[in-house]
Design a protein around this ligand. Sequence first.
Ligand code: AMP
Length: 303
Amino acid sequence: MLQMVQKRFLQIARNIPEMRQFRNNLERSKTVGFVPTMGALHSGHLSLIERATKENDFVIASIFVNPTQFSAGEDLDKYPRTVEKDLEMLRSLNVNYVFLPSTSEIYGTNPLCHVEPAAFSKIYEGAKRPNFFSGVATIVCKLFNIVQPTVSYFGQKDISQFILLRRMVDDLNIPVIVKASPTLREADGLAMSSRNVYLNEKERVASSILVKALQAAVDTCELSSTGSTSSTEMIDAARNILAQEPLVSEIQYISVASPHDMSELSTANTQDGAVISAAIKVGSVRLIDNLLVGQAKKIIYGF
Ligand code: AMP
C-alpha cells in the first residue's frame, strides 16, 4: 500500500500585508513557532526550526539580512546569500511560511523610531560592533509585531543576542516567549556559523581552538575545589590555549559575564552561573563562541 507522506506546502510572503494575512487566518488557539534568520542556512539554524515544528502547530521562518545590525567595514555586502537552497531546506522541514522581505519593505524610507538597548553598547560585543544590538533588537521587535508568534527560538551561539531579546520582551511587554536552543557544532567542536565559509582550509582546522579555550576557562571554575574562581584566572586559562595556535591573529575579548544581563563579573561561581564568551580572529575571519558555567544553564534554558 502506498504510504502518503503529508508534506506541508511552503508559502512565501515577500511583503508585510501577506505575512499578516497568513497569521490572521490562523486560529488564535493554535501556537506559532518563529525562527528569524539571515539565511545561508546550516544545521544550527535547522535545529531551531526542527524544534519549532515539534513544539508548535505552525512554523514561520524569516530570511532577512538586516543591514542595520552591520557597522561600516563589516561584511554586509559579502554576507553569504543562498536563498533558493535555503527555501529547499525549509520545504524539507515542513515549515509553513517563510517571510522574505526586502530592505525597503522593512524599513521604508525614513524611519524615526528604533529600539536602543543602551547598556548593551557597553558590553564587549557591543563595543566591538557599535550598531549590532540596536539593529538586532529593532529588527526582532519589528518581526515580532509583523509575525505575532507564540514562541520564538534563538541559538545559544549568539548568547548576548539571546539574553538581550529575552530582556526586551520582558521590558517592553511583548507577548512572545523567547527560547534558547543549544549551539550546534562541527565534529571538532567549531560552532556552526554562516560565516565559517570565509575560512580557508588551514584556518578552518585552527578554528576549533576557540571552544577548547572556552572549555579551559569553564574547567578552571567548575573543577576548582570551591566551585568559584576569579575571572582573571578563567580568562588566563583561555588565553594560554589560544596562544598555542599561530593562526589566531587577534583576541578581541574574552568575557566572564552574568547570565542575566551580560554585565562583567570579577569572580564566577557555579551557584550563580556565568557566561564565558570570546571573539577572536583566525586570519581575517571573526569568530564568536560561548559556554555556560554552572547554574547559567538553568537560567538560560529554564531547566
Ligand atoms: P543568523 O542567521 O546568523 O542570524 O542566525 C539565526 C539564528 O540561528 C540565531 O538565533 C542564531 O543564534 C542561530 N544559530 C546560528 N548558528 C547556530 C548554531 N551553530 N547552533 C544553534 N543555533 C545557531
